[in-house]
Write a protein that binds this ligand. Structure first.
Ligand code: CA
Length: 254
């Protein structure tokens, strides 16, 4: 397993960029498959091929990358997605993260940066698979109406399945294994994303929003994943949840 080449799917319709990415990723030791349209990408997934990373362009001829990412996630595909956004607009990056992407890069980008981002996505995954012991007691966490089985990668709220991406699950695991502790964005980026000195602390906010949407009765008034003003976030298990705590502030400090 350890020496198998990581599989990368590149979904990009510009032929030059696509072949340049394929070539360079292959030089880095990846097994690369390309798709020029959303339809081709969907076909690759339908064949049941497991990908370790998906590089996904937003602007595709038949479907946009957001839509494709959302469909992938809905279908239960959890491979980390690095989204390539042509526009630098914040709303696009947010849309990408909300659609289930794990990271994004704005075009035009440096090849070295793309390779570094991919390595980072893979490194995280490997560390988690190889050496991270279950940080929770056993692999099942329960809070409120939620039951999360980390080993089986399954979550339910009130018995209804919740589809979590790998990163959402990793972030959730980190929260659950550090209850009541104030966790800064930097700490979360370092331990969940495995990135140091990240320039994108907002990524954490987007993922916390996603967890709230999955697990909070009212995501605008979180009880479990609370913001701590000026500091970060804290996971508050239900028994100790204080609904009117002062630090229970939705859109925190920015
Ligand atoms: Ca394109």
């Amino acid at each position: 397993m350890a020496d198998a080449k990581p599989k990368v799917l590149v979904v990009e319709d510009e032929p030059h960029l696509s072949s340049a990415l394929k070539l360079n990723l292959e030089l880095e030791g990846y097994d690369v498959r390309t798709a020029a349209t959303g339809r081709e990408a969907a076909a690759a997934f339908l064949e049941g091929v497991h990908f370790d990373v998906v590089v996904l362009d937003v602007m595709l001829p038949d479907v946009d990358g957001f839509e494709l990412c959302r469909k992938m996630r809905d279908a239960g595909h959890r491979a980390p997605v690095l989204m390539l956004t042509a526009r630098g607009a914040t709303k696009d990056r947010v849309a990408g993260l909300e659609a289930g992407a794990d990271d994004y890069l704005t075009k035009p980008f440096e090849l070295a940066e793309l390779l570094a981002r991919i390595r980072s996505l893979l490194r995280r995954r490997k560390w988690l698979e190889d050496d991270e012991p279950t940080a929770t007691d056993g692999s099942v966490a329960r809070f409120g109406q939620a039951v999360v089985d980390f080993d089986r990668h399954e979550a339910t709220v009130r018995g209804e399945p919740v589809h979590l991406t790998k990163l959402e699950l990793d972030l959730l695991r980190y929260f659950v294994s550090h209850p009541h502790r104030v966790l800064s964005r930097d700490e979360l980026l370092e331990n969940v994303w495995k990135i140091r000195h990240a320039s994108s602390p907002r990524m954490v906010d987007n993922f916390v929003m996603r967890l709230r949407r999955h697990f909070e009765d009212d995501p605008t008034r979180p009880r479990f994943f609370v913001s701590v003003r000026g500091a970060g976030y804290k996971f508050v298990p239900p028994a100790e949840t204080a609904p009117s705590a002062d630090e229970d502030e939705t859109s925190a400090d920015r």
